[in-house]
Design a protein around this ligand. Structure first.
Ligand code: GTP
Ligand code: MG
Length: 340
């Protein structure tokens, strides 16, 4: 799962990327600072894992993580190659969710690529580029298969998509083999000045990169108060990550056995057998059963054996669908190629 950070130049994309992934991508007050995309993993803040660690005191622990891609700024005409547009659009094709960053701060020293800072029309500029790029690749595909009788079905789908795109609408049908940009799920992120004064007449996740940078070392409670005072989302970067996970239907499960207590991100609806493969191929190959304890039961009885005795754990087979907050202990037959 990849989350792409998208927007006009100089709107704070790399600054948000750095806050999310705790990295050091180049940030500067000129447009197109980012040319090659920056890729990084963001640890998923997780109060449940904090609690599990506090109780079980493991030697090591690890948060689940999600990948973010900081993509170069797009400008009007990107679909025709303006500002290296085609390359940047290809980077967007790769992601599962778009964070569309909209500038809602003044700062005359930081040039804006348009004459005015207007989040509503800035939003439309980027959306239009995505639609036009989709229109172009749809038309190209249509041209290619137009005469092929055996592909009539695909052609009909593409023609209806083209009709929607030509009207500036997000296509109602998704083609199987054509990765469109306009149909990707997105979150509008308003990067607001730190006192929340700049007008942001568009709904979205309200955050201030500047404020986040200034208060990075403050206690969480104080941070929340300051954000609230400025009319921002009280949860800041953490809330943004959580919203992104929700959009992507990602849930977390936990393993507490072995060297390391870990949180794992997984798509809602995943079988425990597939999750086992994510942990280790040997665990999947030798899968026997899973013992599952939900987080709330773990809090009341934070000991697997005791929880078993109380009947709080469930024994599940490979088809079990993992639920958010499950703590999972997988019993497996060690493989023959495994040294003991
Ligand atoms: N005042 C203010 N400045 C900000 C804020 N967010 C980012 N900046 C500044 O805006 C400038 C551009 O920030 P970047 O993070 O490089 O923006 P970008 O969108 O990655 O820019 P490109 O890579 O050039 O497309 C830098 O000087 C940042 O310090 C903010 O919330 N308030
Ligand atoms: Mg940048």
């Amino acid at each position: 799962m990849k989350i792409g950070i998208v927007g006009l130049p100089n709107v704070g994309k790399s600054s948000i990327f750095n806050l999310l992934t705790r990295s050091n991508a180049q940030v500067a007050n000129f447009p197109f600072t980012t040319i090659d995309r920056n890729i990084g993993m963001a640890p998923i803040p997780d109060e449940r894992l904090d609690k599990i660690v506090e109780i079980t005191k493991p030697r090591k622990f690890r948060y689940a993580a999600v990948e973010f891609v900081d993509i170069a700024g797009l400008i009007e005409g990107a679909h025709q190659g303006e500002g290296l547009g085609n390359k940047f659009l290809a980077h967007i094709r790769d992601v599962d969710l778009i964070l569309h960053i909209l500038r809602c701060f003044g700062e005359p020293d930081i040039p804006h690529t348009r004459s005015q800072i207007d989040p509503t029309s800035d939003y439309e500029i980027i959306r239009t580029e995505l639609l036009l790029s989709d229109l172009e690749i749809t038309e190209r595909r249509i041209e290619k298969i137009y005469k092929k009788v055996e592909l009539r079905k695909e052609l009909n789908v593409l023609l209806s998509i083209k009709e929607d795109l030509s009207k500036g609408k997000i296509p109602r049908t998704k083609p199987n083999n054509l990765p469109l940009l306009s149909t990707k799920p997105e979150i509008k992120v308003l990067n607001i000045d730190e006192d929340g004064k700049f007008p942001a007449p568009i709904p979205g996740y309200r955050i201030s990169v500047k404020l986040e940078q200034d208060i990075i070392d403050f206690p969480e409670k104080e941070k929340e108060e300051l954000r609230q005072e400025a009319g921002l989302n009280p949860k800041g970067i953490t809330g943004l990550i959580q919203l992104a996970l929700k959009k992507l239907a990602i849930i977390l499960f936990y393993t507490i056995k072995g060297d390391e207590t870990r949180a794992w991100p997984i798509k809602k609806g995943t079988r425990v057998f597939d999750a086992a493969g994510m942990i280790h191929t040997d665990i999947q190959k030798g899968f026997i059963k899973a013992e599952v304890l939900n987080f709330s039961n773990f809090i009341s009885t934070p000991d697997f054996t005791q929880a078993q005795q109380k009947g709080l754990t469930k024994i599940e087979g490979r088809e079990y669908i993992i639920q958010d907050g499950d703590i999972i202990l997988i019993k497996f037959r060690p493989g023959s190629n495994r040294r003991s």
